[in-house]
Ligand binder design. Structure first.
Ligand code: NDP
Ligand code: PYC
Length: 338
């Protein structure tokens, strides 16, 4: 650990937490935000790592998120549990309610968590990994802001609407995928804009509907859904289930309310937790063993499982520390003092 730019995961969690504390976030939430953002760097997911701090500080400064909101759980004992983030960040609300969600899923086989009124900036793998660690399968989804044109259209209407799935595995990392339903997360385009690099073809169209590889033109135009009409339909489903069904903002309204894609979006989120043992009970089969057969067979073909890259990066970061660039260190210093 000779390099001054290499920082341990724990030190980065503490450092990011201190930044949020300094910017008025209550200690419990600052700790969660520190963990979530540092975990993005640890797992080599830069689009949702320390690059996001700036966006979070912007919404704090603009009064678009409540720094001292205390998540409020509403649980009538049924399959749907609600947590009102009170206009605060989504992650502390998920953390507050995760235990109730997991125990309800174990009791009844299936439970849903509705997160209301939250500022959402993070990756979703945090949610499904936490539930998989409890032996549960999970789905997590949310709208974002309207920056994606539906397949066949050219006006931004859908969000980058992420979807994550987790499946528990005995004695190893869970099976997890987590992706935007746009070809890439918007953060990936912004990171390329900052680096002066083009985006791959097929990610976006400019404001006139022409294909573009220029990040500026893409950000001013519309992103595209992954997989054509299939990604467009999944993204629409997320608008309906995690927006319309919850009575929370869909991506178009989220964009209007927050005042443009320059700010992080505000909306709700939906997390579903399933207990595979309860679902399989009458079959007499072991669902985790069945799942294992499939996952092993995928690996046996030389195909990599989603999250394998991330888990490998995590192992290295926990062993050797996280290497930050000079610019990132300078930015953390600036955030801590301003
Ligand atoms: P990526 O395209 O980088 O990755 C998507 C998933 O596919 C990951 O699980 C990844 O695993 C896996 N994967 C990638 N390549 C392969 C491969 N060759 N074989 C098998 N699996 C593979 O993600 P996106 O850019 O779409 O999204 C990035 C993040 O942005 C997500 O975490 C998402 O939650 C977040 N996001 C958040 C939003 C919000 O509103 N809060 C909005 C949009 C996105 P691995 O990580 O191991 O590479
Ligand atoms: O990367 O698309 C994105 C995104 C939107 C909100 C948070 N991340």
């Amino acid at each position: 650990m000779a390099d001054a730019n290499v920082i341990t995961y724990e030190a980065l969690v503490a450092r990011v937490g201190r930044i949020f504390l300094r910017h008025g976030v209550r200690p419990e939430s600052a700790r969660v935000l520190g963990r979530v953002i540092a975990a993005g760097e640890r797992d080599n997911c830069q689009s949702h790592g320390i690059y996001r701090i700036e966006g979070c500080l912007q919404v704090l400064a603009a009064g678009k998120v409540d720094p001292v909101a205390v998540p409020e759980i509403h649980d009538a004992g049924g399959p749907v549990i609600e947590v009102d983030a009170g206009g605060g960040f989504s992650n502390p609300a998920f953390d507050a309610a995760e235990g109730v969600l997991a125990s309800r899923a174990r009791e009844t086989g299936l439970a849903a968590l509705v997160i209301r009124n939250c500022l959402h900036f993070s990756a979703l793998w945090h949610d499904v990994e936490a539930l998989a660690a409890e032996g549960l399968a999970a789905l997590s989804m949310c709208p974002s802001y309207a920056v994606v044109a539906p397949a066949g259209g050219r006006e931004p209407l859908l969000g980058t609407n992420p979807l994550a799935f987790g499946w528990p595995r005995r004695g190893g990392h869970p099976y997890v995928f987590d992706f935007a339903t746009s070809v890439a997360a918007r953060g990936e385009i912004e990171l390329r804009r900052r680096a002066g690099a083009p985006i791959p073809e097929g990610w976006a169209v400019d404001r006139y509907g022409n294909p573009t590889t220029d990040p500026e033109a893409a950000l001013a135009g519309a992103m595209l859904p992954f997989g054509g009409h299939k990604g467009s339909a999944i993204s629409t489903m997320i608008e309906l289930l995690a927006g319309a069904m919850l009575g929370e903002f869909m991506s178009r309204e989220a964009l209007e309310v927050i005042g443009g894609a320059g700010f992080l979006p505000r909306h709700g989120a939906l997390v579903l937790a399933f207990d595979p043992r309860r679902f399989a009970a009458r079959s007499g089969r072991d669902p985790l063993a069945e799942g294992e057969r499939l996952l092993t067979a995928i690996g046996a073909q030389g195909a990599r499982l989603p999250s394998e890259r991330r888990f490998a990066a995590r192992e290295v970061a926990l062993r050797d520390g996280i290497a930050l660039t000079d610019a990132e260190i300078a930015q953390l210093d600036a955030f801590e003092t301003r």
